[in-house]
Design a binder for this molecule. Structure first.
Ligand SMILES: *Cc1c(COP(=O)(O)O)cnc(C)c1O
Length: 379
Protein backbone atom coordinates (compact mmCIF):
# COMPACT_ATOMS: atom_id res chain seq x y z
CA UNK A 1 0.00 0.00 0.00
CA UNK A 2 1.26 3.45 -0.87
CA UNK A 3 1.95 5.53 2.19
CA UNK A 4 -0.23 8.55 2.70
CA UNK A 5 1.59 11.89 2.51
CA UNK A 6 2.19 13.80 5.73
CA UNK A 7 -0.72 15.86 7.06
CA UNK A 8 0.56 19.31 7.99
CA UNK A 9 -0.55 21.92 10.48
CA UNK A 10 -0.64 24.66 7.82
CA UNK A 11 1.48 24.48 4.67
CA UNK A 12 1.79 26.88 1.72
CA UNK A 13 -1.03 26.55 -0.80
CA UNK A 14 -0.50 28.35 -4.09
CA UNK A 15 -3.43 29.47 -6.22
CA UNK A 16 -1.72 29.46 -9.62
CA UNK A 17 -1.46 33.17 -10.37
CA UNK A 18 1.69 33.60 -8.30
CA UNK A 19 3.98 32.45 -11.11
CA UNK A 20 2.45 34.94 -13.52
CA UNK A 21 3.48 37.83 -11.25
CA UNK A 22 6.90 36.32 -10.68
CA UNK A 23 7.32 35.96 -14.44
CA UNK A 24 6.45 39.64 -14.85
CA UNK A 25 9.25 40.50 -12.42
CA UNK A 26 11.67 38.34 -14.43
CA UNK A 27 10.49 39.65 -17.81
CA UNK A 28 11.03 43.25 -16.74
CA UNK A 29 14.22 42.32 -14.85
CA UNK A 30 12.78 43.90 -11.68
CA UNK A 31 14.17 41.07 -9.55
CA UNK A 32 15.32 43.43 -6.84
CA UNK A 33 14.93 45.73 -5.17
CA UNK A 34 11.30 46.81 -5.11
CA UNK A 35 9.40 47.32 -8.36
CA UNK A 36 5.84 47.01 -9.64
CA UNK A 37 4.85 43.91 -7.65
CA UNK A 38 5.82 45.60 -4.38
CA UNK A 39 3.87 48.76 -5.23
CA UNK A 40 0.81 46.83 -6.37
CA UNK A 41 0.92 44.37 -3.46
CA UNK A 42 0.93 47.30 -1.03
CA UNK A 43 -2.05 48.89 -2.77
CA UNK A 44 -3.93 45.60 -2.94
CA UNK A 45 -3.42 44.83 0.76
CA UNK A 46 -4.45 48.37 1.73
CA UNK A 47 -7.61 48.07 -0.37
CA UNK A 48 -8.38 44.61 1.02
CA UNK A 49 -7.98 45.68 4.64
CA UNK A 50 -9.66 49.05 4.05
CA UNK A 51 -6.75 51.22 5.23
CA UNK A 52 -5.03 54.26 3.73
CA UNK A 53 -1.68 52.63 3.11
CA UNK A 54 0.67 49.67 3.50
CA UNK A 55 4.43 49.06 3.42
CA UNK A 56 5.74 45.68 2.26
CA UNK A 57 8.53 44.36 4.47
CA UNK A 58 10.78 41.33 4.81
CA UNK A 59 8.82 39.91 7.76
CA UNK A 60 6.03 40.51 10.23
CA UNK A 61 8.68 40.90 12.91
CA UNK A 62 10.23 43.77 10.91
CA UNK A 63 6.78 45.38 10.71
CA UNK A 64 6.35 45.25 14.50
CA UNK A 65 9.85 46.61 14.94
CA UNK A 66 9.23 49.56 12.61
CA UNK A 67 5.92 50.25 14.38
CA UNK A 68 7.89 50.69 17.61
CA UNK A 69 10.54 52.82 15.88
CA UNK A 70 7.83 55.10 14.46
CA UNK A 71 6.29 55.48 17.91
CA UNK A 72 9.74 56.60 19.05
CA UNK A 73 10.11 53.79 21.56
CA UNK A 74 13.55 53.53 23.09
CA UNK A 75 15.51 52.79 26.23
CA UNK A 76 13.48 52.84 29.47
CA UNK A 77 10.14 53.04 27.66
CA UNK A 78 7.53 50.50 28.72
CA UNK A 79 5.54 48.48 26.16
CA UNK A 80 2.62 46.23 27.12
CA UNK A 81 2.26 43.06 25.05
CA UNK A 82 0.01 39.99 24.92
CA UNK A 83 1.67 37.11 26.76
CA UNK A 84 0.07 34.19 24.91
CA UNK A 85 1.76 34.59 21.54
CA UNK A 86 4.75 33.75 19.37
CA UNK A 87 7.90 35.42 20.67
CA UNK A 88 8.12 37.56 17.51
CA UNK A 89 5.38 39.80 18.98
CA UNK A 90 7.69 40.88 21.82
CA UNK A 91 11.26 40.57 20.53
CA UNK A 92 11.23 43.99 18.81
CA UNK A 93 10.54 45.63 22.21
CA UNK A 94 13.95 44.30 23.23
CA UNK A 95 15.58 45.37 19.95
CA UNK A 96 14.65 48.91 21.03
CA UNK A 97 16.06 48.36 24.56
CA UNK A 98 12.59 49.04 25.94
CA UNK A 99 10.88 47.14 28.76
CA UNK A 100 8.08 44.67 28.01
CA UNK A 101 5.21 44.00 30.39
CA UNK A 102 3.10 40.94 29.62
CA UNK A 103 -0.70 40.92 29.76
CA UNK A 104 -2.72 37.71 30.16
CA UNK A 105 -5.52 36.40 27.92
CA UNK A 106 -9.25 36.23 28.54
CA UNK A 107 -10.84 32.81 28.08
CA UNK A 108 -13.33 33.68 25.30
CA UNK A 109 -10.99 34.66 22.45
CA UNK A 110 -7.67 33.70 24.11
CA UNK A 111 -6.56 37.27 23.40
CA UNK A 112 -5.56 40.15 25.66
CA UNK A 113 -7.69 40.38 28.79
CA UNK A 114 -9.26 43.85 29.16
CA UNK A 115 -9.35 43.25 32.93
CA UNK A 116 -5.60 42.58 33.08
CA UNK A 117 -4.84 45.48 30.74
CA UNK A 118 -6.88 47.89 32.86
CA UNK A 119 -5.15 46.78 36.05
CA UNK A 120 -1.71 47.19 34.46
CA UNK A 121 -2.62 50.63 33.03
CA UNK A 122 -3.83 51.84 36.42
CA UNK A 123 -0.76 50.65 38.26
CA UNK A 124 1.73 51.99 35.73
CA UNK A 125 -0.09 55.33 35.44
CA UNK A 126 0.00 55.64 39.25
CA UNK A 127 3.77 55.08 39.11
CA UNK A 128 4.06 57.75 36.41
CA UNK A 129 5.33 55.07 34.01
CA UNK A 130 2.58 54.88 31.41
CA UNK A 131 3.40 52.47 28.55
CA UNK A 132 4.33 54.08 25.24
CA UNK A 133 2.49 51.40 23.23
CA UNK A 134 0.39 48.25 23.62
CA UNK A 135 0.97 45.32 21.26
CA UNK A 136 -2.27 43.37 20.95
CA UNK A 137 -2.19 39.98 19.21
CA UNK A 138 -5.08 38.26 17.39
CA UNK A 139 -4.36 34.63 18.10
CA UNK A 140 -4.92 31.82 15.60
CA UNK A 141 -7.08 34.10 13.42
CA UNK A 142 -9.48 35.38 16.08
CA UNK A 143 -9.65 39.13 16.79
CA UNK A 144 -9.12 40.44 20.28
CA UNK A 145 -12.04 42.30 21.88
CA UNK A 146 -11.19 45.77 20.54
CA UNK A 147 -14.27 47.61 21.80
CA UNK A 148 -13.04 47.10 25.33
CA UNK A 149 -9.29 47.19 24.66
CA UNK A 150 -9.47 50.36 22.54
CA UNK A 151 -11.53 52.14 25.20
CA UNK A 152 -8.86 51.45 27.83
CA UNK A 153 -6.01 52.51 25.54
CA UNK A 154 -7.90 55.65 24.52
CA UNK A 155 -8.54 56.59 28.15
CA UNK A 156 -4.82 56.42 28.92
CA UNK A 157 -3.88 57.79 25.48
CA UNK A 158 -1.64 54.87 24.58
CA UNK A 159 -1.32 53.82 20.90
CA UNK A 160 -2.02 50.24 19.83
CA UNK A 161 0.10 48.13 17.51
CA UNK A 162 -2.16 45.36 16.26
CA UNK A 163 -0.25 42.14 15.65
CA UNK A 164 -2.55 40.67 13.00
CA UNK A 165 0.16 38.29 11.72
CA UNK A 166 -2.23 35.34 12.15
CA UNK A 167 -5.53 37.08 11.43
CA UNK A 168 -5.40 38.53 7.91
CA UNK A 169 -8.98 38.57 6.61
CA UNK A 170 -10.63 38.16 10.02
CA UNK A 171 -13.26 40.70 11.03
CA UNK A 172 -14.41 42.43 14.18
CA UNK A 173 -17.63 44.43 14.19
CA UNK A 174 -17.59 44.33 10.37
CA UNK A 175 -14.12 45.92 10.23
CA UNK A 176 -11.04 44.10 8.96
CA UNK A 177 -8.39 42.75 11.27
CA UNK A 178 -5.24 44.87 11.31
CA UNK A 179 -7.11 48.19 11.34
CA UNK A 180 -7.70 48.63 15.07
CA UNK A 181 -4.44 50.28 16.07
CA UNK A 182 -2.20 53.13 15.06
CA UNK A 183 -0.36 50.42 13.13
CA UNK A 184 -1.38 46.96 11.97
CA UNK A 185 0.98 44.11 11.17
CA UNK A 186 0.55 41.16 8.78
CA UNK A 187 2.91 38.24 8.18
CA UNK A 188 3.39 36.17 5.04
CA UNK A 189 5.62 33.56 6.62
CA UNK A 190 5.42 30.03 5.20
CA UNK A 191 2.76 28.70 7.57
CA UNK A 192 0.44 31.74 7.60
CA UNK A 193 -2.92 31.80 5.81
CA UNK A 194 -1.22 33.26 2.73
CA UNK A 195 2.52 33.32 2.21
CA UNK A 196 5.27 34.94 0.18
CA UNK A 197 7.66 32.30 1.66
CA UNK A 198 8.69 35.12 4.00
CA UNK A 199 7.41 38.67 4.29
CA UNK A 200 5.29 41.14 6.21
CA UNK A 201 3.24 44.30 5.90
CA UNK A 202 2.81 47.39 8.05
CA UNK A 203 -0.54 49.13 7.54
CA UNK A 204 -1.92 52.41 8.86
CA UNK A 205 -4.22 55.36 8.21
CA UNK A 206 -1.18 57.59 8.69
CA UNK A 207 0.53 57.77 5.29
CA UNK A 208 3.16 60.19 6.58
CA UNK A 209 4.23 57.59 9.16
CA UNK A 210 4.24 54.91 6.46
CA UNK A 211 6.58 57.05 4.32
CA UNK A 212 8.91 57.12 7.34
CA UNK A 213 8.60 53.33 7.58
CA UNK A 214 9.81 53.08 3.95
CA UNK A 215 12.72 55.36 4.83
CA UNK A 216 13.77 53.30 7.87
CA UNK A 217 13.30 50.05 5.94
CA UNK A 218 15.84 51.16 3.32
CA UNK A 219 18.78 51.97 5.63
CA UNK A 220 17.44 55.47 6.38
CA UNK A 221 18.92 56.80 3.18
CA UNK A 222 18.34 60.55 2.91
CA UNK A 223 17.23 62.27 -0.31
CA UNK A 224 20.59 63.11 -1.90
CA UNK A 225 22.61 61.97 -4.90
CA UNK A 226 25.29 60.49 -2.67
CA UNK A 227 24.63 58.14 0.24
CA UNK A 228 23.63 60.47 3.05
CA UNK A 229 22.62 59.11 6.48
CA UNK A 230 21.37 61.07 9.47
CA UNK A 231 19.59 58.19 11.23
CA UNK A 232 20.14 54.46 11.72
CA UNK A 233 17.89 52.32 9.57
CA UNK A 234 17.34 48.72 8.54
CA UNK A 235 17.30 46.51 5.45
CA UNK A 236 13.65 45.49 5.79
CA UNK A 237 11.99 45.80 2.37
CA UNK A 238 10.24 42.91 0.62
CA UNK A 239 11.73 41.73 -2.66
CA UNK A 240 9.77 42.34 -5.86
CA UNK A 241 9.83 38.61 -6.68
CA UNK A 242 8.27 37.65 -3.33
CA UNK A 243 5.70 40.45 -3.62
CA UNK A 244 4.61 38.71 -6.83
CA UNK A 245 3.81 35.56 -4.84
CA UNK A 246 1.86 37.75 -2.41
CA UNK A 247 -0.26 39.29 -5.18
CA UNK A 248 -1.26 35.86 -6.43
CA UNK A 249 -1.94 34.62 -2.90
CA UNK A 250 -4.11 37.61 -1.98
CA UNK A 251 -6.50 36.78 -4.82
CA UNK A 252 -7.31 33.38 -3.33
CA UNK A 253 -7.37 34.56 0.31
CA UNK A 254 -11.22 34.58 0.54
CA UNK A 255 -11.23 30.98 -0.67
CA UNK A 256 -8.55 29.99 1.87
CA UNK A 257 -10.56 31.61 4.67
CA UNK A 258 -13.66 29.62 3.66
CA UNK A 259 -11.59 26.43 3.59
CA UNK A 260 -10.08 27.13 7.02
CA UNK A 261 -13.50 27.95 8.47
CA UNK A 262 -14.89 24.72 7.06
CA UNK A 263 -12.03 22.74 8.63
CA UNK A 264 -12.82 24.32 12.01
CA UNK A 265 -16.54 23.59 11.60
CA UNK A 266 -15.92 19.92 10.76
CA UNK A 267 -13.66 19.46 13.81
CA UNK A 268 -16.26 21.06 16.08
CA UNK A 269 -19.15 19.05 14.63
CA UNK A 270 -17.45 15.71 15.07
CA UNK A 271 -15.31 16.21 18.16
CA UNK A 272 -17.41 18.35 20.49
CA UNK A 273 -19.69 15.41 21.25
CA UNK A 274 -16.64 13.46 22.47
CA UNK A 275 -15.51 13.39 26.09
CA UNK A 276 -12.26 15.08 27.08
CA UNK A 277 -12.00 17.57 24.21
CA UNK A 278 -13.49 20.99 23.47
CA UNK A 279 -12.80 22.44 20.05
CA UNK A 280 -12.49 26.20 20.31
CA UNK A 281 -15.44 27.93 18.69
CA UNK A 282 -15.56 31.42 17.29
CA UNK A 283 -15.76 34.27 19.80
CA UNK A 284 -19.09 36.06 19.72
CA UNK A 285 -17.44 39.37 18.89
CA UNK A 286 -15.73 38.57 15.61
CA UNK A 287 -15.39 36.48 12.47
CA UNK A 288 -12.21 34.41 12.66
CA UNK A 289 -10.14 33.42 9.63
CA UNK A 290 -9.64 30.10 11.51
CA UNK A 291 -5.93 30.02 10.64
CA UNK A 292 -5.43 27.16 13.11
CA UNK A 293 -8.21 25.21 14.80
CA UNK A 294 -7.39 24.77 18.47
CA UNK A 295 -8.89 22.59 21.20
CA UNK A 296 -8.61 22.09 24.94
CA UNK A 297 -7.94 18.57 26.23
CA UNK A 298 -8.49 16.87 29.57
CA UNK A 299 -5.40 14.74 28.98
CA UNK A 300 -1.85 15.98 28.32
CA UNK A 301 -1.55 17.58 24.87
CA UNK A 302 1.86 15.88 24.39
CA UNK A 303 0.11 12.50 24.42
CA UNK A 304 -2.09 13.49 21.49
CA UNK A 305 0.71 15.25 19.63
CA UNK A 306 2.88 12.10 19.89
CA UNK A 307 -0.04 9.90 18.90
CA UNK A 308 -0.79 11.97 15.79
CA UNK A 309 2.92 12.10 14.94
CA UNK A 310 3.01 8.29 14.94
CA UNK A 311 0.52 8.51 12.05
CA UNK A 312 2.67 11.14 10.30
CA UNK A 313 0.28 13.94 11.26
CA UNK A 314 1.58 17.29 12.46
CA UNK A 315 -0.02 19.06 15.43
CA UNK A 316 1.40 21.48 17.99
CA UNK A 317 1.07 22.77 21.51
CA UNK A 318 -0.49 26.19 21.97
CA UNK A 319 2.13 28.99 22.22
CA UNK A 320 3.94 28.87 25.54
CA UNK A 321 3.10 32.22 27.16
CA UNK A 322 5.97 34.68 27.10
CA UNK A 323 5.79 35.29 30.85
CA UNK A 324 6.74 31.62 31.31
CA UNK A 325 9.72 31.82 28.93
CA UNK A 326 13.13 31.67 30.64
CA UNK A 327 14.38 34.55 28.50
CA UNK A 328 11.66 36.79 30.01
CA UNK A 329 11.78 35.56 33.59
CA UNK A 330 12.38 39.07 34.98
CA UNK A 331 9.46 40.62 33.08
CA UNK A 332 6.34 41.90 34.89
CA UNK A 333 3.07 40.08 34.21
CA UNK A 334 -0.62 40.81 34.79
CA UNK A 335 -2.98 37.84 35.06
CA UNK A 336 -6.61 37.90 33.90
CA UNK A 337 -7.89 37.63 37.45
CA UNK A 338 -6.23 37.20 40.79
CA UNK A 339 -5.12 33.54 40.94
CA UNK A 340 -6.28 32.93 37.37
CA UNK A 341 -3.50 32.60 34.83
CA UNK A 342 -5.54 31.99 31.67
CA UNK A 343 -2.55 31.79 29.31
CA UNK A 344 -0.83 29.14 31.43
CA UNK A 345 -4.00 27.07 31.52
CA UNK A 346 -4.47 27.32 27.74
CA UNK A 347 -0.85 26.28 27.21
CA UNK A 348 -1.17 23.29 29.54
CA UNK A 349 -4.38 22.00 27.94
CA UNK A 350 -4.36 23.38 24.42
CA UNK A 351 -3.50 21.82 21.08
CA UNK A 352 -3.35 23.18 17.52
CA UNK A 353 -4.94 20.67 15.16
CA UNK A 354 -3.90 20.17 11.54
CA UNK A 355 -5.63 23.02 9.68
CA UNK A 356 -3.97 22.71 6.31
CA UNK A 357 -6.01 23.81 3.30
CA UNK A 358 -4.15 21.12 1.30
CA UNK A 359 -5.74 18.49 3.57
CA UNK A 360 -8.62 16.50 2.02
CA UNK A 361 -11.88 15.74 3.88
CA UNK A 362 -10.79 12.08 4.06
CA UNK A 363 -7.50 13.10 5.65
CA UNK A 364 -9.25 15.30 8.19
CA UNK A 365 -11.65 12.44 8.95
CA UNK A 366 -8.63 10.24 9.62
CA UNK A 367 -7.31 12.80 12.13
CA UNK A 368 -10.75 12.97 13.77
CA UNK A 369 -11.05 9.15 13.94
CA UNK A 370 -7.63 8.78 15.57
CA UNK A 371 -8.56 11.43 18.15
CA UNK A 372 -12.04 9.99 18.79
CA UNK A 373 -10.78 6.44 19.27
CA UNK A 374 -8.04 7.53 21.63
CA UNK A 375 -10.37 9.71 23.70
CA UNK A 376 -13.00 6.95 23.94
CA UNK A 377 -10.39 4.60 25.37
CA UNK A 378 -8.52 7.03 27.58
CA UNK A 379 -10.90 9.59 29.03
C1 LIG B 1 4.19 34.73 12.54
C2 LIG B 1 3.98 35.72 13.62
C3 LIG B 1 4.75 36.87 13.74
C4 LIG B 1 6.01 37.12 12.96
O1 LIG B 1 5.90 37.12 11.62
P1 LIG B 1 7.20 36.79 10.73
O2 LIG B 1 6.76 37.16 9.36
O3 LIG B 1 7.46 35.33 10.89
O4 LIG B 1 8.33 37.62 11.21
C5 LIG B 1 4.43 37.80 14.71
N1 LIG B 1 3.41 37.59 15.54
C6 LIG B 1 2.66 36.49 15.49
C7 LIG B 1 1.52 36.34 16.44
C8 LIG B 1 2.92 35.50 14.54
O5 LIG B 1 2.19 34.38 14.53
Amino acid sequence: MEERKRIYLSSPNMGGLEQQYIKEAFDTNWIAPLGNNVNQFEKEIARYAGVEGAVALSSGTAAIHLGLVLLDIGRDDVVFCSSLTFIASANPILYQDATPVFIDSEPESWNMSPEALEKAMKEYAAKGKKPKAVIIVNLYGQSADYNRLQAICALYEVPIIEDAAESLGAEYGGKMSGTFGKFGVFSFNGNKIITTSGGGMLVSEDTVALEKARFYATQAREKAKHYQHEKIGYNYRLSNVLAGIGRGQLQILPERIEQKRRIARRYAERLNSMPGIRVTTEAVHGKSNCWLTTALLDIQPEQIIDLLESYNIESRPVWKPLHLQPVFKEVAYYAHQKNEDVGKNLFEHGICLPSDTNMTDEEQDEVIDILSNHLKENV
